[in-house]
Design a protein around this ligand. Structure first.
Ligand code: RI2
Length: 320
């Protein structure tokens, strides 16, 4: 089965983290389905159904943890499957995929803005905020609060091993917010200077646990010890329906070369490298989750999942 080369390119860019961030990879996956439909050369409905299913599979296999990615694909594909009886020609099918993918992308971008507006209300003038990694949702909250005239400052962790904290520091700094870049190891050292922690999420489990960039759980633990609030900013499509059904969110382990160059490791005896990209923060360490549908406590994660998927759809997922 062949796909347009642009679709393989999107899949590759997600895998190599050229496109990264849970929200961004979800939108890129939707774009991958859209490109499949736009550039498809197949002519029969049967061939197109096979092709779009194959594109979904290729995009799904890129990164395992951020549930936003399968949720974006599920959004497009389930609407497509439900609409199939009304889609008479191959062209109708292609147009419907394009329409639904565009809807997902638009809703997703609006969700990030809305999270900014809702979350900014919880930021006070003068707050010193700590953030970890690079989350567009967390950044949306901080920049919105700043634009509203709140004089905030931010500690950004560098976020080993891929240093996404540099992107955060640059973005916030360019927006005019004073930023202090610190090593991940320095989080507890500075915790007593921090008013609140705000991070994003790659996935949220049915029990309200947050799966986010490796190190988030240590940041949350240090915050908990210092009685500093921890806010999580995440769209509702980052809640994982599979966790209602007993599955755990798989944690991606990436290449050892992200941690240490191959040649350097080769000089060490009996040393191996582990490089998990994410960890799980238990709900007890999280004060609120800011979604585009409002602020919830982590304990209300199941309510969001129930609202988004309903019992029937959840039961269908049991087969996946
Ligand atoms: P937004 C990122 O994962 C980070 O863990 C970040 O906190 C999370 O996605 C959410 O990002 P990675 O792709 O969707 O850097 O809020 O591994 O942008």
């Amino acid at each position: 089965m062949e796909l347009p080369k642009e679709v393989y390119q999107i899949a590759d860019d997600i895998r190599t983290m050229k496109i990264r961030g849970a929200g961004r990879i979800a939108r890129a996956a939707a774009l991958g389905l859209k490109k499949t439909a736009e550039l498809s050369k197949v002519n029969t409905p049967e061939e197109f159904k096979k092709q779009i299913k194959y594109a979904a599979k290729i995009l799904l296999e890129t990164r395992p943890t951020a549930v936003s990615l399968p949720n974006a694909i599920r959004y497009v594909m389930s609407q497509f499957n439900n609409k199939l009886p009304d889609l008479a020609t191959t062209n109708d099918m292609k147009e419907y995929i394009i329409l639904t993918a565009d809807t997902f992308i638009k809703n997703s971008e609006e969700a990030v803005k809305k999270i900014g507006l809702i979350g900014a209300r919880r930021i006070r003038d003068g707050d010193v905020i700590l953030t970890h990694c690079n989350s567009s949702c967390a950044i949306s909250v901080m920049i919105t609060a700043f634009k509203q005239g709140k004089s905030i400052s931010v500690y950004a962790t560098e976020t080993r091993p891929r240093f996404q904290g540099h992107i955060t520091a640059k973005t916030l700094g360019e927006a005019g917010i004073p930023v202090t870049l610190i090593t991940d190891n320095a989080v507890r050292y500075f915790m007593n200077d921090i008013d609140l922690v705000i991070v994003g999420a790659d996935a949220i489990a049915a029990n309200g646990a947050i799966i986010n960039k490796i190190g988030t759980s240590m940041v949350a633990l240090a915050a908990h010890e210092a009685r500093t609030h921890v806010y999580v900013a995440a769209e509702t499509y980052k809640f994982s329906p599979q966790t209602v059904l007993g599955k755990l969110v798989p944690i991606e382990e990436r290449d050892p070369t992200e941690v240490i160059p191959k040649e350097k490791l080769a000089q060490m005896k009996n040393v191996k490298v582990r490089n998990p990209a994410f960890d799980t923060t238990p709900p007890e360490y999280i004060d609120i989750i800011i979604t585009e549908k409002g602020i919830i406590s982590p304990q209300a994660a199941f309510v969001i999942l129930h609202q988004e998927y309903g019992i029937t759809e959840l039961e269908d997922l049991l087969e996946e």
